[in-house]
Design a protein around this ligand. Structure first.
Ligand code: HEC
Length: 159
């Protein structure tokens, strides 16, 4: 009697589409003493420990967005939201938080104009020693818009 109830229940569940979950022993995973699954070629895990060639690779990336008026306006708006609180409205470091941030760089300095696009992008993505990372807050396109805007800070606007 009990077994026929169990069988009826199993049949009802099967009919309702509640089949047993897939067999995990047959799913694609690495077993003990096997090499872990490798990431697809040409990709890099975002949470991987920094590799030694990563800064060099970043330095070679060129800003893929054109520096149009709209992109510069987008970068300026994002800068005001995320960066001005520390770096000041014009990048000169005149901000409320400046007194708590020793060695806050002057972003209007020609030093930054000579930095490759990817270097500035990397600073926004991962932050620095005291500077927070903005990789989670800004999308890829937004980070590049801010890079374009950083290039305008040394041009005498608002200095
Ligand atoms: C909480 C304060 C703070 C905020 C917000 C902040 N920064 Fe910074 N930033 C710093 C400090 C401090 C440094 C100096 C290096 C360090 O200590 O990390 C720095 C350094 C930099 C540098 C020079 C990095 C280098 O190569 O040495 C750049 C470029 C820069 N910031 C851009 C930005 C941009 C763009 C934003 C907004 C997306 C931003 N920062 C937001 C504090 C801040």
């Amino acid at each position: 009697m009990r077994s026929s109830v169990a069988a009826a229940l199993a049949a009802a569940l099967w009919l309702a589409g509640c089949a047993a979950p897939p067999d995990m022993t047959r799913s694609p995973s690495s077993g003990p003493a096997e090499r872990p699954l490798l990431p697809p070629a040409g990709t890099l895990a975002v949470d991987a420990p920094p590799s030694r060639d990563r800064p060099a690779a970043l330095n070679r990336i060129v800003n893929p967005r054109p520096a149009s008026t709209a992109v510069l306006a987008e970068g300026a708006a994002l800068y005001r939201i995320y960066c001005a609180v520390c770096h000041g409205a014009d990048g000169g470091g005149d901000s409320l938080l400046a007194e708590y941030l020793p060695r806050l760089p002057d972003l209007r300095s020609p030093v930054w104009a000579r930095r490759p696009d990817g270097r500035l992008y990397g600073v926004i993505l991962r932050g620095g020693f005291r500077m927070p990372a903005y990789g989670d807050a800004l999308s890829e396109g937004e980070r590049w818009a801010v890079v374009h805007y950083l290039r305008t800070l040394g041009n005498g606007d608002g200095q």
